[in-house]
Write a protein that binds this ligand. Structure first.
Ligand SMILES: *[C@@H]1O[C@H](CO)[C@@H](O)[C@H](O)[C@H]1NC(C)=O
Ligand SMILES: *[C@@H]1O[C@H](CO)[C@@H](O)[C@H](O)[C@H]1NC(C)=O
Length: 342
């Protein structure tokens, strides 16, 4: 492409920038500027939810196999407090999709004497079939949207549970699945729309190797910041390095330690972790941009791909709105994108 064409694109895009706030969150991928639909999915900014399914935890929830041993003594006494510090999302799967969330962080557990699998975060949340069906229904009715499901912890699983769960996922999503490939850079919204593929399943257990429809863990690194202060979290996120050719998850989340919780006993994770991230960390994330990783030293910070947070609905969904808008920065750098991966 000639320099004039770049300037032309940039001019159009600058005009568009001012309307960014009007992104239709329900169909934001469909509505991205056409040039961005040729950018590899791993180089787009995609908002996701952390511990996506904890909205399903209620006072009726029982302890799951991933609960800390001490909770077996504390939970009967302090049920309300423990629940307040366990729930990380207020709105359900369908509502998360409608406000633009396109990545789900899924942790699963078996339950004694039950044939089904459940979402979990120390306490049992919903059985998996209803939320997964909501995702299937959403992609069917929103052909421009792509959803990433990251199955990352499996508690109480035997090898045959993996086989059964993987068959179940193949059954629900079938031809909608985006199989893993050697060159992830060839996967763009345009290439997917031609194939009518809309769902990535990352399956973080070695039993995935037999199933070519699913992605292995190393295709989407997701390092855990393990911070309970915003300053430490910002430092962690600024310190990230990325490799070209694979995706990445920036975890914009604080993790309360037991001491942190005891000092804030009557509060909850929303007020003491999610709100500070929104107020102090999200503004820092606007300094980041999607795109391919560049040689060290060229760019100050590693580019973003998936970015996740707790309570993604806070402040009229400011988190997904902010992350989605980062994609417009790519338009000011289309030369970068096209020269490297056009
Ligand atoms: C994968 O699952 C099997 C069976 O549940 C388990 O033994 C193994 O440790 C898991 N691997 C990883 C890396 O978690
Ligand atoms: C990376 O982290 C270390 C230790 O946490 C910190 O001293 C350093 O300043 C960070 N580097 C950048 C570039 O932020």
């Amino acid at each position: 492409m000639k320099l004039e064409s770049y300037l032309f694109i940039i001019a159009i895009v600058m005009g568009k920038d001012s309307t960014a706030q009007n992104f239709n969150l329900e169909n934001w991928m469909r509505d991205l500027p056409a040039q961005l639909k040729d950018v590899p999915l791993i180089y787009l900014a995609i908002p996701g939810s952390h511990d996506s399914m904890t909205y399903g935890i209620t006072r009726a929830s029982t302890l799951a196999p991933d609960a800390e041993p001490i909770l077996h003594r504390l939970y009967p006494l302090f049920r309300g407090t423990i629940i307040r510090w366990t729930i990380t999302q207020a709105i359900d799967t369908k509502q998360q999709l409608l406000i633009g969330i396109r990545y789900f962080d899924l942790r699963l557990a078996t339950k004694k004497d039950e044939n089904h699998y459940f979402f979990t975060h120390g306490l049992y949340a919903e059985e998996i079939s209803k939320p997964l069906q909501q995702i299937r229904d959403f992609v069917d009715s929103h052909p421009g949207e792509v959803v990433i499901l990251d199955l990352q912890h499996f508690y109480g699983f035997q090898p045959e549970d993996h086989q059964r769960l993987m068959r179940y996922l193949l059954n629900i999503f079938g031809a909608k699945l985006i199989p893993r490939q050697i060159d992830l850079q060839s996967i763009t919204l345009n290439s997917l729309s031609r194939l009518r593929q809309q769902v990535v399943v990352v399956y973080r257990n070695q039993s995935v190797s037999a199933i070519s429809e699913f992605w292995q863990s190393q295709l989407l690194p997701s390092p855990w910041p393990q911070q309970d202060r915003t300053a430490g979290l910002v430092n962690f996120l600024h310190n990230i390095t990325r490799r070209p050719g694979i995706g990445f998850v920036h975890q914009a989340v604080l993790t309360p330690t037991p001491k942190f919780i005891i000092l804030r006993w009557i509060s909850n994770l929303r007020e003491k972790c999610a709100v500070p991230v929104k107020n102090e960390v999200l503004p820092k994330l606007t300094e980041l941009a999607p795109g391919p990783p560049l040689a060290k030293g060229v760019n100050q910070f590693a580019p973003v791909n998936v970015v996740i947070a707790d309570f993604v609905d806070l402040d009229n969904a400011i988190f997904p709105r902010t992350i989605i808008e980062l994609n417009l920065k790519l338009l000011r750098n289309t030369d970068l994108v096209y020269h490297n991966y056009g």
